[in-house]
Ligand binder design. Structure first.
Ligand code: NAP
Ligand code: 12T
Length: 341
């Protein structure tokens, strides 16, 4: 199979778009022509791909007529408007925003968990990439769900600022620098200072008292695991970390499963690396996960307060597996199993 594809990256100049270009290069995705799209502000800027300088073009309704696969990470409003336009022109869209994830006609895919769902792409010509916090959680939990049946999940996240984009990375850097120089830190992106702080607030607040990020974890997890009976409650926290989200996860299973069984199961699970040796102070940390594609799991232990409870600590690079790597893995399935034939 040596078919080559015309690929477009929408939002190419952003934190996710940049990583998307890097992942396409690293994984040697079969590209004939790569088109880089952003706003008119960025048009003409050049970005490197495989040693070549590619000029950024303004994203318009005409951008997709020659494109086979369009990877979108230019915000929900852009996806809402342009994904159907691209699909109408025969381009298959892999969308990183929240715009299409819960549409029943749009598959929501984590390749280690539900690769078969890619086959539903002809419904709308759109495949959704899940939320970053959801992706790493289901990579770690799907094997446990298959083995012992998950009844309930209680998760708290510790999320990096890079999830909010380039401006938030700058904000943490600038505020930290200001604080260490006894200057007044400026707030532009978050409602409160993020340097040396934690904010129990990611995305917007909803009527039910949860944030939208928390409800994405609830609804997307059920859709990907194809099981609406799982009880899920999430608390999502922004912490002053640049890259990699961490999650404290408590699961209750229907069938008994020991911590050792979970450790063995996860050691063999695709996309998972177990780092779990407390006697040597070994456990997953954001500084080790950043720049890697795996989901790292440690602190695996029984929850002694309930019959079938397990606690886990799960860390992954939110821009790689949480966004770009997962999207390129979806593109690989699409290319190999569907478009390449
Ligand atoms: P970012 O660093 O702020 O970059 C935003 C990108 O979108 C830039 O390339 C920007 O172009 C482009 N853009 C914005 N409005 C546009 C428009 N109207 N038309 C064309 N291009 C437009 O943000 P990011 O962190 O890369 O995130 C981008 C999006 O990816 C988010 O909004 C979200 O939907 C999604 N995302 C998903 C996950 C996930 O969990 N899977 C994680 C993070 C982000 P300019 O440089 O020209 O302004
Ligand atoms: N607000 O893809 O701010 O729905 O970390 C991902 C990350 C939305 C999303 C964040 C967000 C998404 C964030």
């Amino acid at each position: 199979m040596n078919k080559l594809f015309n690929v477009a990256v929408a939002g190419a100049t952003g934190a996710v778009g940049n990583q998307m270009i890097a992942c396409l290069q690293e994984r040697d995705f079969p590209i004939k022509n790569l088109k880089l799209l952003a706003t008119a502000r960025s048009a003409g800027r050049k970005l490197r791909f495989k040693g070549k300088e590619i000029p950024v073009e303004e994203l318009t309704e005409e951008s997709f007529s020659e494109v086979d696969i369009g990877i979108f990470s230019a915000g929900g409003a852009t996806s809402q408007k342009y994904a159907p336009v691209a699909a109408r022109d025969g381009c298959v869209v892999i969308d990183n925003s929240a715009a299409w994830r819960m549409d029943p006609d749009v598959p929501l895919v984590v390749p280690e968990v539900n690769p078969h769902a890619v086959g539903q792409y002809p419904n709308k010509g759109i495949i959704a990439n899940p939320n970053c916090s959801t992706i790493q959680m289901v990579v770690a939990l799907a094997p446990i769900h298959r083995m012992a049946g998950i009844k309930r999940i209680v998760v708290s996240t510790y999320q990096a600022v890079s999830g909010t984009g380039k401006k938030a990375i700058d904000e943490l850097y600038d505020q930290t620098k200001a604080m260490l120089n006894f200057l007044e830190p400026e707030k532009k992106v978050y409602p409160h200072r993020i340097a040396f702080n934690c904010l129990p607030h990611i995305d917007v607040f909803l009527e039910n008292g949860y944030t939208k990020e928390e409800m994405k974890m609830v609804n997307e997890t059920r859709k990907i695991l194809e099981d609406d009976s799982i009880g899920i409650t999430a608390t999502t926290i922004r912490v002053p970390v640049f890259f990699s989200h961490s999650e404290s996860i408590n699961v209750e299973t229907r069938d008994p499963i020991t911590a050792d069984e979970v450790r063995t199961l996860l050691e063999d699970a695709p996309g998972v690396t177990v780092v779990d040796d407390p006697s040597k102070n070994l456990y997953p940390m954001p500084i080790d996960a950043a720049g890697r594609d795996d989901t790292f799991v440690g602190r695996i232990r029984a929850d002694e307060s309930v019959p079938n409870g397990i606690n886990l600590w799960v860390v992954s690079d939110n821009i790689r597996k949480g966004a770009a790597t997962n999207a390129v893995q979806i593109a690989e399935i699409l290319a190999n199993d569907y478009l390449g034939k």
